[in-house]
Ligand binder design. Structure first.
Ligand SMILES: *[C@@H]1O[C@H](CO)[C@@H](O)[C@H](O)[C@H]1NC(C)=O
Ligand SMILES: *[C@@H]1O[C@H](CO)[C@@H](O)[C@H](O)[C@H]1NC(C)=O
Ligand SMILES: *[C@@H]1O[C@H](CO)[C@@H](O)[C@H](O)[C@H]1NC(C)=O
Ligand SMILES: *[C@@H]1O[C@H](CO)[C@@H](O)[C@H](O)[C@H]1NC(C)=O
Ligand SMILES: *[C@@H]1O[C@H](CO)[C@@H](O)[C@H](O)[C@H]1NC(C)=O
Length: 278
């Protein structure tokens, strides 16, 4: 069973990402204006094309609508992945604050050069002029792939924070105040978080499945552009499924990291108690 999130979370999402996610590619918004169903200026051609013609012509209106129908429902799982990651970001922030409070030092998590090219999965835009109907579908694909990029970026940020927390724990074998706790000084003020994150997605005893197994609608086409769009559509579906699995794994690692953090915080300083958290 896939996770269903209420859409009441959406305003927060839109606020967080004003550029993407806001203009619905399926509404006749700015990006795709003039190419909606009603005002489609590219009606089906009258003549029956010959076999080689068929390969190089624009996709038919029927095929265009077919792709549109396949792509439309994909927006939902992408938005859900983003929402889950936002919750996980709040969760890792919480763990990070606990550790900062214990050590009196900021957790360094965003050093340049680390994880730089961790997960490059964006759809490279094709360097070709597409005929109008194929272009319309291609724009929707590009839009959804951009959203997936935002999802992967947030996933990378959360994972870096998790890694940063683990690094502090692993590299502080004498506890939060070090080998000589009498010499310890806090480097700033790091108040404890006022409330633990409380969202059911985080509960370990009531595990919600975060993994999607969306099956792409597989079809062969007798047209070059349709064939390309089909391939891009299928790889988008795989991308969404793959992200959901990685997000689910990340959640498990965050649970573990919180356990490590709690152990670490409780340790006496000045005594060797190395925890290997990475
Ligand atoms: C996590 O912390 C960062 C930096 O303080 C903040 O920008 C972000 O909004 C926080 N995430 C959540 C979900 O609260
Ligand atoms: C992380 O570091 C990079 C490179 O220094 C910077 O561009 C980015 O804004 C930082 N991200 C956050 C969330 O601090
Ligand atoms: C102490 O904090 C300052 C700024 O808040 C930072 O530049 C410095 O690197 C910190 N020192 C340590 C040892 O964490
Ligand atoms: C840790 O949190 C408590 C409660 O918020 C606060 O009194 C204390 O100063 C914090 N420690 C550091 C090092 O900021
Ligand atoms: C936290 O839990 C309470 C009680 O279950 C709930 O009413 C509230 O909406 C939750 N807050 C968030 C931010 O999820």
């Amino acid at each position: 069973m896939a996770l269903r999130l209420t859409l009441s979370l959406l305003p927060a999402l839109v606020a967080a990402e004003p550029v993407l996610f806001e203009p619905n590619p399926f509404a006749s918004g700015q990006q795709l204006r003039g190419q909606t169903e009603d005002s489609d200026p590219f009606g089906d051609a009258v003549e029956e094309p010959g076999p080689s013609d068929k390969w190089l012509r624009d996709i038919s209106t029927r095929t265009k609508n077919h792709f549109k129908k396949l792509l439309q429902p994909l927006q939902n799982p992408i938005v859900q992945e983003y929402q889950v990651l936002t919750i996980l970001d709040g969760y890792v922030n919480y763990t990070m604050q606990l550790v900062s409070n214990a050590t009196g030092h900021e957790v360094v998590w965003n050093r340049t050069g680390r994880f730089l090219s961790e997960e490059p999965r964006a759809l490279a835009p094709r360097k070709q002029e597409l005929p109008p109907r194929a272009r319309y579908i291609n724009k929707i694909l590009i839009y959804l792939n951009k959203e997936m990029e935002v999802v992967w970026n947030l996933k990378t940020i959360v994972d870096r924070k998790r890694w940063g927390v683990g690094n502090v724990i692993t590299s502080s074998p004498y506890g939060p105040h070090g080998e000589h706790p009498e010499r310890w000084r806090a480097n700033g003020s790091f108040p404890l978080p006022t409330a633990a994150p409380n969202n059911s997605i985080l509960l370990q005893d009531k595990t919600i499945n975060l993994v999607f197994h969306i099956k792409p609608d597989v079809e062969e086409h007798e047209n070059k552009y349709a064939t390309q769009l089909q391939a891009d559509y299928e790889s988008l579906v795989h991308n969404i499924n793959d992200a959901s699995q990685k997000i689910s794994d990340l959640r498990t690692r965050l649970w573990k990291m919180e356990d490590f953090a709690k152990q670490f915080i409780a340790l006496p300083s000045g005594v060797w108690n190395k925890i290997d958290a990475n």
